[in-house]
Design a protein around this ligand. Sequence first.
Ligand code: HAM
Length: 454
Amino acid sequence: MIKAVRGTRDLLPPETAVWNFVESAVRDVFRAYNFQEIRTPIFESTELFARGVGEETDIVSKEMYTWLDPPHVYEVLLRELTSADKEGRPPIVRPEFLESLGSRQSLTLRPEATAGIVRAYIEHKLWDRGLNKLYCIGPMFRRERPQKGRYRQFYQIDAEVIGPTSAGSDSPARDAELLEMLATLLDRLGIADWNLELNSVGCPNDRAAFNDALRKALEPVVGKMCADCQRRAVTNPLRVFDCKVPEDQPIIQTLPRISQFLDEGCRKHFEAVQEILKAVGVPFVLNDRLVRGLDYYTRTAFEFTHGALGAQNAILGGGRYDGLSEALGGPAAPGIGFAIGEDRLVMSLQESTTADSVVRKPDVYVAPLGAGMNVEAARLARELRRHDLVVDLGDETFRLKKSFEMATKAGAKYILIVGENEVKADAFALKNLATGEQVSIPRAELARRIKIQE
Ligand code: HAM
């Protein structure tokens, strides 16, 4: 038997109804803040993520699904090397083929959405169209070790605010607006007990001073740390904070914090964000160890956690990335955004919102009874569906007992019998499956009657 690949999974009904419930609440809330949807490709050139997310991050250095395109190049090469040509001459590799080898492109399944959205912003000059609040919902791919709440194909709900400084995109008001929107969304979904952790990771100036201090602090101790940290200490010391090796944690605890290195501008910006959050009543805690796992962050960085999720408790994460557009060859365009892990959001929701409470079961199961009745039943079902009723339809070969079983399994409220007598009388037996009450209803009255009884 062929099974779903490790780290991937099928989302089945009725749980998919919860996903739809989440996505429709998200779309409503985002609309109220003037966000519009963007859909970018699932795969992009590898360079986008290497430059955007950062070579030294775990995501880029360990977790990406990357391949050379065309992917079948090795099979073709083998054929070229082993088969004689039409004239029977010994195998040679054609120059055209060698050329095509040189033009192969490295492609990657997107591990996150921000880099792709910023690429699209630059490619389509979205600033000219005044598009600066964008969101996207879809699958992302990371080759992580699967566990509860962590998959290799997972879903993100991602939102970004990006634009020229003249549009206010670097203002602390944007940071606060985004965080307030998230609080509103989580509250609206009925997710209690969330916790907002907030930090500022500063700007490139602060980062240079911080990196120097980190290198200095690491120098005498890095020999005792894991191989990854030894490399990071040289290439990108900030990434030492991503280390999960238990033995390294006591050393990491003693390292300097970015909060000690913020310049005046960054400090003021961060204070202004906090001031608005307090004014609008969004609770947060400061955490100056929060550096996030992607290199593009500047200034505000944040995560929302949820207690019930266990080890993978970050329900969403995000922050500001004022230099990303320029790093990708675009104009200066400060930005801030977040991505919600939809799999985790749905998990934390399941305590309060069950699939049963959001799924819409059939209002009525139409049961054709006897030969020739499929035609009549199809007609009736079509009429009822036009009245916005959810209608499930049986088959004339089913005996009455089987139709009842099918209707009950489907969770229908009513079963509607369509037999020869009913068709002749143009009135149909409608039975309430919960109460057992059965009445004969004229065709013209059916939809209204089924609705009234809801
Ligand atoms: P991230 O922290 O890497 O940020 O991912 C955001 C969220 O996606 C996480 O908090 C988690 O809920 C979810 N997530 C990540 N990996 C997995 C996984 N393997 N399985 C299940 N859920 C996962 C970003 O991706 C940034 N692009 C966010 C951002 C947008 N920053 C600015 N704009």
